[in-house]
Design a protein. Sequence first.
Length: 285
Amino acid sequence: MDIDRFQYFIRKISVKTGIDLKQYRDNYLRRRIELRMKILGIDDYLNYLKILNRDKEELEKLISTLTINVTEFMRDKTPFEFFMKFILPEIAEKKRRAKSNLLRFWSAGCAGGEEVYSILICVLETLGNGWSMSIYGTDIDENCLKSANNGVYKPEQLKNLSSKIINKYFVKEGNLYKIKKPLKKYVRFKRHDLTSEGPVSKYFDAIFCRNVMIYFNEKQKRKVVKDFHNALVDEGYLIIGKSETLPVKSKNMFLPVDLREKIYKKSLTSHFNYNLHKSKLKTLK
Ligand SMILES: C[S@@+](CC[C@H](N)C(=O)[O-])C[C@H]1O[C@@H](n2cnc3c(N)ncnc32)[C@H](O)[C@@H]1O
């Protein structure tokens, strides 16, 4: 009975929000939803549904609770150090050889924009300006995107940044820090659901998708990883969260670059297979 109510609740909320909640594990959903219900003193899914049908603010709170978005600048630090030390110089060298100054990055599941601005700071600190750069930040949660566009952060979110970097890239507003306006020209934020939509764009030099896929089931993860493969340039980089792994069935799409930092490079094997397949087809004709 409770299971039926829960499933009914999930179906209704998925339709109402346009977010496919089936992508999340049931236990996870129950925990997060019951957290909100407890706050409101409700112990029945159908009663909670009634509230959600009339209270838009509560619906937004539920979405934020389901799509947890706590993060900070340069989260875990070392993947960003690796990015600056090894990946960016290699990308820059490749671009110079190709006589291109275009740099494209994607932070998929960008929460409040911390990862997007972290990538931006890494690029400007490592390669300087003079590049034509686009950094896409996408998230399923509209509230996150609003915060990302505002670019205002609490001091504890900047704890991995030196005061020199903070002074260079932020202006202090009371107790908060606001990203400097001219930096906004490099970033674009967009609502995007990784599990139900295709890649937000293409030809990315690197994609960061950190601490997002942990909430997905295997099938969803495979779909998302395939999209990343399609959205990257040849030998483009994929950086996932430190506690995450690529789905076993998707591993041939990427070569490990540094397994401790969870950094991978797009493998062209699937292209080779495809070409092999094509040439086989030709010989068959
Ligand atoms: C824990 S935060 C990760 C933020 C940042 N990438 C990091 O590593 O700190 C997870 C983010 O994924 C977003 N998210 C969850 N499901 C998503 C989906 N299906 N499509 C896009 N973003 C999603 C959440 O809204 C949340 O902002």
